[in-house]
Design a protein around this ligand. Structure first.
Ligand SMILES: [Zn+2]
Length: 241
């Protein structure tokens, strides 16, 4: 960074949200806005830019900024490419297991000690192994996600909302979502993270019954129900799927 640059702080109001940003002035010709993963916003501007002009420009990009902030609210680990071969590591409920492939006429998937024990007539057919494992994960997810909802629900049940139904889907960018009709959709990969992480995502989505956005009010509700959600969020972001 340019040592001669100045840094100011300011904010704009946008749709009931306050968007705080820091301004870094330096010898440059154009303005550039960056939203960092920690949701801080940095605006780099030509040295003598007028503050009103900067504010107006930030306001014009506000929709994009909010979208970026929402995106970083649900940081997704990059999916690991897997080959479904002997010895490969796979996760279930936050624990790691290694695949052990055994030829057998009957296809099956079992957890035995530190192994995912997968049998099938053609264990070299990785597409088939992947299918079997995904089916196994889905069956576990149906049970575990419902149990998680049952665990988390009592903390919000007194707020007068109807208990959501669970739907499980492959999702690229989110761990979960809550529809206006009250369907709680969970990312199927969540079954690979820990019980605490599943409960965190379920609780987060349940708080959207009260506030649909990620406003400070939403976080007030979340904090009152789950005071250490930040630790849990971090833990989820560090997990492997
Ligand atoms: Zn949310």
């Amino acid at each position: 960074m340019d040592l001669m640059s100045h840094c100011d702080h300011d904010s704009i109001a946008y749709r009931k949200k306050t968007i705080p940003f820091s301004v870094i002035r330096s010898d440059r010709k154009t303005m550039e806005i960056a939203v960092n993963p920690d949701k801080t916003i940095v605006v780099r501007v030509p040295r003598y830019s007028d503050m009103d002009v900067i504010r107006r420009k930030v306001f014009r990009r506000a929709k994009w900024i909010v979208k970026q902030m929402d995106y970083f609210d649900q940081f997704m680990p990059r999916p690991v490419h897997r080959q479904f071969i002997n010895g490969e590591t796979h996760f279930y409920m936050g624990k790691r297991y290694r695949i052990k492939l055994v030829e057998d006429l009957t296809p099956s998937v079992k957890l035995l000690g530190p192994f995912f024990y997968v049998t099938g007539p053609t264990v070299k057919d990785s597409t088939q192994i992947e299918k079997q494992m995904n089916q196994w994960y889905l069956e576990k997810a149906i049970v575990q996600f419902q149990e998680s909802l049952d665990r988390c629900w009592p903390k919000v049940s007194n707020l007068g909302y109807e208990k959501p139904e669970i739907s499980i889907r492959k999702m690229e960018k989110r761990w979960g979502s809550l529809s206006k009709r009250g369907v709680l959709t969970l990312n199927s990969n969540l079954i690979k993270t820990s019980k605490a992480s599943i409960d965190y995502v379920v609780t987060h989505e349940l708080c959207h019954l009260v506030h649909r956005d990620h406003s400070p009010k939403f976080y007030q509700v979340l904090s009152s129900i789950l005071p250490d959600w930040k630790r849990l969020k971090h833990h989820l972001e560090m997990s492997f799927v």
